[in-house]
Design a protein around this ligand. Sequence first.
Ligand SMILES: NC(=O)C1=CN([C@@H]2O[C@H](COP(=O)(O)OP(=O)(O)OC[C@H]3O[C@@H](n4cnc5c(N)ncnc54)[C@H](O)[C@@H]3O)[C@@H](O)[C@H]2O)C=CC1
Ligand SMILES: O=C(O)CCC(=O)C(=O)O
Length: 418
Amino acid sequence: MTDEAGPFENFQTQVRTAAETLDLDEGVVDYLTTPQRVEEVNLTVELDDGTLETFEAYRSQFNDDRGPYKGGIRYHPRVSRDEVRALSGWMTYKCGAIDIPYGGAKGGISLDPGAYSEAEIERITRAYAAAIRPVIGVDQDIPGPDVNTGQREMNWLKDTYETLEGRTEPGVVTGKGLESGGSEGRTEATGRSISLTARETFRHLDRELSGATVAVQGYGNAGSVAAALLDDMGARLVAVSDSSGGVYNPEGFDARALKQFKRETGAVTGYPEASEELTGEELLTAEVDLLIPAALENAIDARIAESVAAEVIVEAANGPLTTGADEVLEPRDIVVIPDILANAGGVTVSYFEWVQNRQQFYWSKDRVVEELETHVVDAFEEMVRAKEEHNAATYREAMYIVAIQRVVEAMDEAGHWP
Ligand SMILES: NC(=O)C1=CN([C@@H]2O[C@H](COP(=O)(O)OP(=O)(O)OC[C@H]3O[C@@H](n4cnc5c(N)ncnc54)[C@H](O)[C@@H]3O)[C@@H](O)[C@H]2O)C=CC1
Ligand SMILES: O=C(O)CCC(=O)C(=O)O
């Protein structure tokens, strides 16, 4: 079992498994599983008490065959070279899967944002923007939000970049606030694609989503919006967790009220509507129809996968299942819908934002929602077709086949072919 693997090794296995079906040369597969560049910078920043602290930070540019590098910026103590390399690889195949003209990148700063004041986070963000400025650009590499970053950080990144460049360039970063060139619908976009993917999955499996029970691990941007939209579709949110622990109620939670509680108190635990509290592992193995891991990588390994009771898993986080977990779940006939499709709504609306910035013409929320739905439904159908056509063992393999074919085609058209 390959379960001790880190995210980058898991990512490489996912690509290699699909590449086998496509019978690609080993040299091509190496290229498809290796980042083109990883920028590592050390940010020395003055804290509020006048002392200096140095933070490790990264920007991994995986592939730009289909367009500029694209991907989020993460603030978390677990951020490492291995992690950003994996996340930038997943971005590459996500943009291929959902068919937007980007390559893949990811960046991050290794820090616990909760341990710093807002002014310190601003100085750290501006130092990061200045450090990566030489390698980003509207046609080169376009950062966006990820774990523990959002409109505030994207606005600071844009402002620093524009100040240093001496011109306005809103399309250099996406996920900005509306008055800074952001798009309607970007904040909810990741949760929206997760809920649409769940809807399409249940339809495809001929199962009722209305009344289906749902557990969500991680109640941040991705998880809480997905939960609210699934609530609107009639699903029953019975279990939710965040880094504080989990809560359960067989009658179902009001997803928006629970989000409001977390906003006010900082945690889902202690929610008065809960009939019971759960550990993180109890949530992942709860008896539900649909499990949505929406926190971090490697949440479900082979051991936990043995006890997963859900019939369908829709991956909201990037890389929440290890290769070992996949190996356990597949023979158990548990349907796993991959991250590179399910959470692709975020980067898709980032693409819409970049298009709007470049055209200086802004779309209505209805248009954003409609175009996003078209991308998600089309990609879902392509995944289902590829699974059948290539007799792929899993939906993950099928989605990678579609995405890899697009990257390889671009590589071929550019003349990079051996
Ligand atoms: N924000 C975005 O647009 C996108 C996010 N994603 C992915 O979705 C995942 C979540 O990202 P966001 O929601 O943006 O981050 P966030 O920072 O808004 O929320 C993360 C949530 O996960 C919880 N969490 C952390 N460790 C946990 C654990 N061990 N057990 C349970 N909960 C835990 C946190 O308490 C928090 O509620 C990440 O994998 C991210 O890469 C993917 C595509 C786009
Ligand atoms: O919108 C973006 O560029 C960030 C998206 C992202 O980081 C992701 O899909 O994991």
